[in-house]
Structures are given as C-alpha cells and as structure tokens.
Design a protein around this ligand. Sequence first.
Ligand code: UVW
Length: 318
Amino acid sequence: MAHDSVARLLDGLPSNWGRWGSDDEIGGLNFLTPDEVARGLSLIRRHEPYALAITINSPRGDPVWPGRSPAVKLMTQDKGHYQAGKLVPLGGGLEYADDYLTMFLQGSTQFDALGHIWYGDQLYNGFDASTTIGGLDRASVLPLAERTACGAAVLIDMPRFRGKAHLDKGETFGLADLLACAQAQGTAIEKHDIVLIRTGWLTVFYDQGPAVFYAEPFLEPGLTFSRELVEWFHDMEIPLLGTDTIANEVTVDPESGLILPLHSALMRNLGVIFNEILWLEDLAGACAADGQYKFFYTAAPLKVFRGTGAPVNPIAIR
Ligand code: UVW
C-alpha cells in the first residue's frame, strides 16, 4: 500500500494536541507525575545503575543519521602547549587542559525536541512550523530538559526474543511482536511505562564497522507503523520511547513506503518523547540474567536554548 503523504496515512488517528493546554511543549512528560516517579523508584531492587549513552567522539566512530557528521573534539590547550612555551602555568604552578566539541545535537544518544519534525506546516500541539526558523521558538528541547523524565520503564529485548544477537538490516516488528516479546519475558507493560526497545543494531556499527552499518540502502531495523500501534501508545499513555537505533523506527516503513512515519504519528501528534541511540547491551544482559525487565529510568537532556534536541546520558536503576 503506497501512501503519497504522511497526513493521509495518519488521518483519523489520535492526537494529544491541546490535552495539556495550547502552550504545552513537553507532551508525554506530563504523564510522569510524582506518583509515576514513586512507581519507578519502587522498581529498584538491586540498586544497580546502568548508563545508557554511547560514547561521544569514540575511537570506533559515532553512529549518526546519514547527512549528519560525527562529533569533532579539539584540544585548545594541553601539556604540549606548556612544553612548547606557548603557555605559562597559572600562579602556584597550576596547568590545565581544555577542549571543545562540535556536534549535531542529534548526533549521539539524545532526546528529540517535540518540534524536531513536522508535516503540514504544524509541529506538535499545532505550533506553526515557521517557529523553527533560526531555532525552535516552540517545543524546543529546553522545556524537556527543565521537566526531566523519571519513571517506571520496561525493556523489550527483541533480538533475544527472536534468538539472535541483533536484528538484521531492515528487520521489522510491530505491536503484536512487542506484546509477544513482553509476554515471553514475563513482563507486564503498564500504563505510563517508559518503553525501551533493544534491537542490538548499534553492535553492528561497533563490531562490524560503519561500512556494514551504512551499506546502501541505509535501513535500520525497527518498529513499524500500524494504526493499532499508534492507538496502543495513545491508550497506554506511553510518555517516552527509547531504542538503540538512530531513528527509533524502521527507516522506511515497508507497508506505506514512507520514511519514519512514527516520528509523525507518535512524536508530532501524541507528544511521545523520543530518546534515540541508546546503549542497551549491558542493561539487557542484566535483565536477561535475573528475568527482571522493569526498572527506574531517569534522564534530562542538556539545556540547549531553542535546540532541536540534545545529548543525554540516561540512567536505568534496577
Ligand atoms: C531524523 O530526524 C531524520 O532522525 P532522528 O529523529 O533520529 O534524529
């Protein structure tokens, strides 16, 4: 079924525009009330924290969406400057190293701002797309950073369910697969759960290299669009979706032929927060070892004024 536009594909599906007022810029984070933070904290059993970000400027490279470039980190001063006589120590003999980083705000583990994508000239909550010009005046990453995301989370480990190390290029799964995987794990997905999905795809980047990861056509595995899936996210009031892929969904939806339709259906229309490029391997190993796939999740992206997204190092505590 080919669709000529995402607007037609999503016609009649639920929206959360206006649900939290006409000025709302944080969407699903509204679901993460103090009660939800308490529910998340009650899931901590072993007091084991897991850092869920990948390394920025890794010697093995930075996985980024095609067209974006990896982070560039440059030293502005180090011991060499003192050795070469370019710098003198501060009073008392203090020397120091400094550096700076240039990167796409979406170029690592990050939160997408709700205004990051749009169609039909309207962003999340109906904000006009012209408010993105020169920087996001509405639905930028800053309100997400100020609010923070803390709550109960569930990990869905799709490759472990399918008996493989990682999903393959372009391999898909839908709502029925998510639910079947959760059932096989013995995990109940509850209303307001933060949903993290492992595909194992980032291991292809790090273990097999960028040439394999980016081989044409670039096609990440991932979640596929269906009306039932969007309705489920809406009914379950899922605040945040996180995965270990660059775009949180299969690159090209096989049914409609559209690129990234869930960005529109979930992020723009429902206000579901997207946390992308997560490192889930260690967390998944721990979950598999004791069969506990629920935990406390906490994250706050960097406070970037008018940013379309921002790096984040979320922490899962089991
Ligand atoms: C795009 O915007 C294309 O991707 P992402 O949401 O993964 O940053």
